[in-house]
Write a protein that binds this ligand. Sequence first.
Ligand SMILES: Cc1cc2nc3c(=O)[nH]c(=O)nc-3n(C[C@H](O)[C@H](O)[C@H](O)COP(=O)(O)OP(=O)(O)OC[C@H]3O[C@@H](n4cnc5c(N)ncnc54)[C@H](O)[C@@H]3O)c2cc1C
Length: 233
Amino acid sequence: MRKFKVTKKDCVTEDLCRVWMAPADGEGMFDFKPGQFVMIHEMNEEGQSVYVRSYSIASAPYESSEDFELGVKAQGRMSNLLFGAKSGDVFGVQGPYGMFKMSEDEKVVFFAGGVGITPFRSMIRNALRVESQKRLTLFYSGRTRNDLLYNTEFVSLANEYDNFTYVPILTREDPPEWKGEKGRLSRDMVGKYVEDFDAGYLMCGPVEMMDHVKEILEQNGVDVKIRLRAERY
Ligand SMILES: Cc1cc2nc3c(=O)[nH]c(=O)nc-3n(C[C@H](O)[C@H](O)[C@H](O)COP(=O)(O)OP(=O)(O)OC[C@H]3O[C@@H](n4cnc5c(N)ncnc54)[C@H](O)[C@@H]3O)c2cc1C
């Protein structure tokens, strides 16, 4: 476990926060792959771990030479500690860990629910910059606009990159000026944006959403054992 200090924090809504951390020991950042996570430790005064939780790295490797970013939803002990953290606060960091990674397919479709967006933000930013030929489609579902932590950024990326399609979805809010989709993910909704289902699929979000995505893909003839990867929080 290494000590990292909080360098910046941006609480975007009342329960979603972006937190940046850099090494506190003066050594360099660790290498990681898009989609990997770190274990964040709360430490006591002796520097021993007293509580630990996992968080996906939300930044891409190319922009993480000095620090890394987390996207955190306030829920319980650790997330509220991060939510309330001040610049200079120190946490233990272990990792990176995990095998959740970008599909090798030329076409990749992502399904994110709420804060399950974080590994995909790293993958998508990295892929658009480094593997620019891939065709990427992101379905990002939240109850309200406030739940879509990186909505503005994905709108800009979709405008900038022809090979990136962004489909924001609101399940509990119906704003008049909303340009995305509304309601639960459905077979029809997915079919509007995914022309043929010959693609790799990744999903991360609430269990019910992931079960539903699996069902939709199976209905469209996708061999989910081979082509669908999931990360469970
Ligand atoms: C690989 C991986 C990556 C992850 N990435 C992210 C990420 O990028 N962003 C993110 O926000 N999260 C992520 N998580 C989830 C994260 O690890 C934590 O589980 C989450 O932040 C909650 O931890 P906590 O300590 O804040 O809450 P906890 O204290 O563990 O509480 C969790 C829930 O249980 C409830 N609870 C706690 N104690 C009680 C009790 N006594 N009685 C009733 N209810 C109780 C809390 O209210 C809360 O709703 C990830 C998890 C995994 C496994």
